[in-house]
Design a protein around this ligand. Sequence first.
Ligand SMILES: [Zn+2]
Length: 70
Amino acid sequence: MKFMICPQCGVAIFYVKNKEGERLNVKVSRALEIIPNDQSKNLKGYNLDELFCLGCSWHGKIGELKKYFI
Ligand SMILES: [Zn+2]
């Protein structure tokens, strides 16, 4: 499966946060499906409107991710 990447640094691993500020590492498929890195976890309670890059300071919406690093 191919994954979306950060528009700023090109890594394909992000995290989302919940109200308690806990982080969950996720990947985003080409179909813009958010998938927990640890598939025993689920996304319940996490804010999926904002993704944070693990490789740099980028954060933003899923629609801003890129398919390829330019
Ligand atoms: Zn990044």
